[in-house]
Each structure stands twice: as structure tokens, then as C-alpha cells.
Design a protein around this ligand. Structure first.
Ligand SMILES: *Cc1c(COP(=O)(O)O)cnc(C)c1O
Length: 416
């Protein structure tokens, strides 16, 4: 039957073919084109012999071809996991109800008292908070090192204690890009596992496992789902490690709902189309902003002015759909500029069909003073623009109109 043909197996199969045909459900008994949403808490066995046949495989090892109880597995979720593994070029993947659920489960599953994590300072704020509060309570220490400083990173590694080196690529909000081969080599040399959050890149732009990274994680809420309508998370990597995570999920109970899984799988089918469009729009927007006199600075790895442009060009096939920039003005001039825009919604998040814009000084760091924010590298006039799939011309026209109304700065006396 056509459905069982391994359409996504070729080494050179493109991202869109994999996204559309990967992870087909084991049982297409309903002749359904799409993966059915299997809304069931438990699964029936025809007779005791079937129970024994299943348990033999489960307990003594073997390819399981059916489900037992929904905390341990669901066909809608399984299909999504196969599709993500295909896209990442991974042996397997595991899906969670949110990105935070993915990263916290990984750390809680693998780490024990006395172990140590090295992470970079540009990481997602909630992940860092989890490490510095919850993990600390369990006797797990975290060292934070400056992004793109591999000497500091290596110096922070504690022999026989450091289990994880964790970073993101590109990071939020400055879109820093780690040198993955160097990172993987460092991990191997110190027997630490490497974990990369590539939510901002997606496998369309970057496949970290091909560069030797051990685990890749995603907030599937962003580009995977792609429509700002579902929360989800995923981790891809080697089969043995992913199995350990799935076993732990069966104990923690943080399973994704099959309807959530369906929405992410549907979103994935258009991932490459969306991401390539977003790459192109972001590049045009970044180039436009860089030339604009009312913009002080633009951060986008596709620009030659970005500190990681070279390493990004060498390992990525696209630079992503997020552009950060600083408006020539104070916190008020910046928020006024944002308020005048007509296309992007003011909202946190990224990666969906709608463009979203935010001022990190307000959104992520409202609890800090201007000085405290500066100390963590967040300027008042910084803007993060996450491109949707709207037309680039319209977005640039919208920016142009609002920038024209940014007041000229009061003349600053030249330093003598
Ligand atoms: C959003 C995000 C997360 C958290 O994911 P949720 O799905 O919101 O739980 C983690 N890392 C990055 C880079 C993100 O953008």
C-alpha cells in the first residue's frame, strides 16, 4: 500500500517533502489522508494472548506496534515525533505539551545531585530561571558564561561534574550563533552532553545533529506549529536517550494532548514554505533598517555587520525570521514607534503566520530597572520584530511610515 512507502527516507530528501510525508501514522486503517486525532485514554487488547505478545516486546525489548495506555503513547503523538525526527535527521524525537516542559524534563531526567550545567547568558529567560532556582534546590549547579566566548565556556566546565553544555542558536534577542562543531568537540572532549535550543532556526535553516550536537530542542509553539494557536515542545537525538526521555514522560505525566499534536503536525507541513519566506522578508527588513537614519543598530545574522555572520553563513542555510534593532530614541520614542505600526501585533512569541513585535525592556524585563536591564544587555530602545508571512513590501512600507515620525534626537554636544 502506498502509505507504507518510506517517502522521506532519502538522504537528499528536502525539508518540505519530509515535512509533508514524514511520520505517517502506523495505522491508516481509516483511509484518512491526515493523521487521525486518537482521542483515547486507553487501548483495548483482543485477548490475553495479545496482552502477553505486547508485554513480551515491552519488557524484553522489541518494536512496539501498538499503544497500551495514553500516558505511555498515542498514535497522533507518535506520528508527530517521527516527522520531527525525520526533519532533524535524528534517530528519534519526543514531544511535550510546551517548550519549557521539554527542557525541564530533559534536565530532571538526566541530572542528579552534584552535577553541573554550563549555559550561555543569551538563553531563554525561563530556562535560565529553572536552572538557577529549581535545579539548584536539587543540588545541581549552573554556570552562566557569555555567549560566543568559547574560552570562558571551556573554563567553566567542571571535570566529571559538567553533564550538559547548553546554548541557543540563534539567541534571543541578539540572534547570536554558536559555532556548533567547536561546541560539539568541546562536549566530547569533556564528556559533557551538548544541548542546543534551535527554536529560532528550525531544521529548515540548521540541523545541529549533523554538526555533532547530542540533543536539539524546540519550542514547537513557534515555527513548528506556525500559526500562533498551540503550545508544544520537542527534543530530538539518539534513540537510546530519547527512549529514556519517553519513559520518564510516562512517569512525570507531562504528555501532549493528541489535538495539540495534530495542530503541530499540520503546521509542520508548511514549515519550509513559511520559514524560507520569513528568511527572505527578514533579510530585506534588516537591510532596509540598517540603511535608515532613525535606526541605531540592527542585529541579524544575515547582515555582514553581525558578529556571527561568518559562522552563521558556514553552518546555516537561512538566517531566520527574527530581526532585532535599536531605534534612535528613548524608551518612549521606541514604544511610540511600535504603537504606530499597523501590521505587526504587539505580543510576545514568534514564528507564526502573523508578524509580532515587542520591546524587550517591557515584555521580558519589566521587573528590572533601566540600569539592571542594561547590566543584562537589554537597552530601552531595543525592538524585537518576529516576521510573519505577510508581504515584505507592506511590512517595509509600514516601518517606513512609523520611522518617519520618530522625532529627531536633541543635538548631543560632540565630545571634545
Ligand atoms: C518560547 C521559547 C521557549 C519556551 O517554549 P514554550 O513553548 O513557550 O514553553 C524556549 N526557548 C525558546 C528559544 C523560545 O523561544
Amino acid at each position: 500500500m502506498k502509505t507504507s512507502r518510506p517517502l522521506s527516507d532519502g538522504p537528499s530528501t528536502g525539508a518540505s517533502t519530509k515535512a509533508v510525508h514524514g511520520g505517517a501514522a502506523r495505522d491508516k486503517g481509516f483511509h484518512s489522508m491526515t493523521t487521525p486525532i486518537v482521542q483515547s485514554a486507553t487501548y483495548i487488547f483482543e485477548n490475553t494472548a495479545k496482552v502477553i505478545e505486547f508485554l513480551d516486546k515491552k519488557v524484553y525489548g522489541g518494536e512496539l506496534d501498538r499503544e497500551e495506555y495514553a500516558r505511555y503513547g498515542n498514535p497522533s503523538v507518535w506520528s508527530l515525533e517521527r516527522r520531527i525526527a525525520d526533519l532533524e535527521g535524528a534517530e528519534d524525537a519526543v514531544v511535550y505539551p510546551s517548550g519549557m516542559s521539554a527542557v525541564t524534563s530533559l534536565f530532571l531526567t538526566v541530572l542528579g545531585p552534584g552535577s553541573h550545567i554550563v549555559m550561555t547568558d543569551d538563553c531563554y529567560r525561563r530556562t535560565r530561571q529553572f536552572c538557577e532556582t529549581t535545579l539548584k534546590k536539587f543540588g545541581i549547579e549552573t554556570s552562566i558564561v557569555p555567549m560566543s566566548n568559547s574560552e570562558a565556556l571551556e573554563a567553566a566546565i567542571a571535570p566529571r561534574k559538567t553533564r550538559f553544555i547548553f546554548t541557543e542558536t540563534p539567541t534571543n534577542p541578539y540572534l547570536r550563533v554558536a559555532d556548533l562543531r567547536r561546541l560539539a568537540e568541546l562536549g566530547r572532549r569533556h564528556r559533557a552532553m551538548t544541548l542546543l535550543d534551535t527554536t529560532f532556526a528550525t531544521p529548515v535553516n540548521l540541523r545541529p545533529l549533523e554538526h555533532g550536537i547530542d540533543f536539539v530542542m524546540h519550542s514547537a509553539t513557534k515555527y513548528f506549529g506556525g500559526h500562533n494557536d498551540v503550545l508544544a515542545g520537542a527534543i530530538a537525538g539518539g534513540a537510546g536517550r530519547i527512549k529514556a526521555l519517553k519513559d520518564a514522560r510516562g512517569i512525570f505525566g507531562n504528555v501532549i494532548d493528541p489535538h495539540q499534536a495534530f495542530l503541530v503536525e499540520r503546521g509542520l507541513k508548511t514549515l519550509a514554505l513559511r520559514v524560507r519566506h520569513q528568511n527572505q522578508t527578514a533579510q530585506r527588513v534588516a537591510e532596509y533598517l540598517e540603511r535608515h537614519p532613525k535606526i541605531e543598530r540592527v542585529y541579524y545574522p544575515g547582515l555582514a555587520s553581525h558578529p556571527d555572520h561568518e559562522v552563521a553563513s558556514a553552518q546555516m542555510s537561512g538566517f531566520g525570521g527574527v530581526v532585532s534593532f535599536e531605534v534612535a530614541g528613548d524608551i518612549k520614542a521606541t514604544s511610540d514607534f511600535i504603537d504606530r505600526l499597523r501590521i505587526p501585533y504587539i505580543a510576545p512569541s514568534l514564528g507564526g503566520t502573523e508578524s509580532l513585535i515587542e520591546q524587550p525592556a517591557y515584555f521580558s524585563y519589566y521587573d528590572l530597572s533601566s540600569e539592571e536591564r542594561l547590566a543584562v544587555g537589554i537597552k530601552d530602545n531595543l525592538v524585537r520584530f518576529a516576521l510573519g508571512i505577510e508581504d515584505a513590501e507592506d511590512i517595509i512600507e509600514d516601518l517606513d511610515e512609523s520611522l518617519r515620525q520618530v522625532p529627531a534626537r536633541a543635538a548631543v554636544p560632540l565630545a571634545k
